[in-house]
Design a protein around this ligand. Structure first.
Ligand SMILES: [Zn+2]
Length: 410
């Protein structure tokens, strides 16, 4: 690792961390300021001028949310290799009376360097990738190499709050930016050796149930309808039926099956000799892409109505969160193969295309019909107190980007 580049990592991270780029939903602003800091570096390093497609948002002082890209011209304009990162960060948490932040050993907005480790809000999510992709591309600029294909570093807002004011806006309002055979890397997630290439995700379904029976005294159960017993029956029936009916395995995923987990349940009665009339409970379901969510809901509704008939209760279901996953990126898509090649060249490891149980911003690209991957070499401490990133990971990721950019599309 050359020291100059290491110093640049620290300097970039220091300047970026100092800007609290919180979303309006999190009570903040600062995406524009952070964009300004980043663009100064891009200019200093000789990148082409940024192209903006900002999202209108009257809640911000500027009236917009910044989205921009810098595009380095290659020998071929298409396919273009895109690396997408985001400006915004999640709030650091609670500020204590003495000015420190709960759980943090240092000021989240002041970069703290400890050997190879950088601490601060945003150093991993998503500045690690902002810095790594920028340095990878800068190496080409410095050696005056025209890459085989166009390279675009895309930086968006609003990733932490649903992407409506960021990537979703770009895809809806400027679909001409992307072409279907472009290589799209969402540099916002991965594992600690960089072998994970995320290409798919499960659908997510969070359900809240409310069971209404009839409360009565512990000595006279025949005068009530025990909501606890009904809940227990429903939970057991859901658990059994969902796992039995939607039992396919897909080795792209860890675990390879759909999961249906009873999670939270509410308080019921305060004393032991009261038969409860009300119960609440929740399920967290992560569903393989092959199963439409509606088919899951239909099964659940059937079970509930049978249980209500059996226990004399009335049960309602509320969907707290529903994400229907788009078709996965193909495990042998060109962008996957290009990443595998870059990992082999730079690290001598095999890139492993896998699915995740949660939703990522790459889903927006996939929904729009693009083959996107999520990749990065991260410790996985995003959103936590004492968020950290390793300088060595950032430089190693820059190596991968350099290789990817130098070799171009397959
Ligand atoms: Zn992120």
């Amino acid at each position: 690792m050359c020291n100059g580049e290491k110093n640049d990592v620290i300097e970039l991270q220091r300047r970026l961390t100092a800007v609290p780029a919180l979303n309006p939903e999190s009570g903040g602003e600062g995406e524009w300021k952070k964009a300004g800091v980043l663009q100064k570096f891009l200019q200093r390093y000789g990148f082409p001028a940024p192209v903006h497609h900002d999202t209108p948002d009257p809640r911000t002082p500027e009236g917009t949310r910044p989205n921009f890209f810098v595009r380095i011209r290659g020998k071929k304009e298409k396919p273009c290799i895109w690396v997408m990162t985001h400006l915004d960060v999640v709030p650091p948490g609670e500020r204590l009376k003495d000015g420190s932040w709960k759980g943090w050993k240092t000021d989240p907005y002041k970069l703290h360097v400890d050997g190879d480790i950088l601490y601060g809000r945003g150093v991993e999510d998503n500045q690690q990738a902002i810095v790594a992709s920028l340095l990878g591309a800068r190496r080409l600029l410095r050696s005056d190499i025209t890459p085989p294909n166009d390279i675009a570093l895309l930086v968006v807002s609003a990733e932490e709050t649903g992407s409506e004011y960021g990537l979703q806006y770009l895809l809806d309002s400027h679909p001409e930016l992307f072409s279907k055979d472009d290589y799209i890397i969402v540099a916002d997630g991965g594992n600690d050796d960089g072998s994970l290439i995320e290409i798919a995700e499960k659908s997510v379904l969070w359900l809240n149930f409310h069971v209404s029976g009839k409360q009565t005294h512990g000595s006279t159960p025949h005068l009530g309808d025990n909501a606890f017993r009904a809940m227990a029956g429903i939970v057991k029936d859901l658990d059994t039926a969902l796992h039995r009916q939607f039992d396919a395995e897909d080795n792209l995923f860890r675990p390879p099956v759909s999961t249906f987990e009873p999670t939270r349940h509410g308080r019921n009665v305060p004393n032991i000799n009261t038969i409860p009339g009300e119960e609440t409970f929740s399920f967290d379901c992560r569903i393989l892409p092959r199963y439409p969510i509606d088919s899951i809901l239909k099964t659940i509704e059937d079970i509930i109505s049978k249980a209500d008939a059996k226990y004399g209760t009335h049960t309602t279901m509320e969907i707290e969160n529903r994400l229907d996953t788009p078709a996965p990126t193909e495990p042998d898509a060109p962008v996957v193969k290009a990443m595998q090649r870059a990992l082999k060249t730079t690290r001598n490891i095999e890139g492993n295309p896998l699915g995740l149980g949660g939703s990522t911003v790459a889903a927006f690209f996939r929904k729009a019909g693009y083959q996107a991957i999520v990749w990065s070499t991260v410790e996985g401490v995003a959103h936590q107190a004492n968020e950290q990133a390793l300088i060595s990971n950032i430089i190693a990721d820059a190596d991968v980007y350099e290789s990817l950019f130098l070799h171009g599309c397959l």
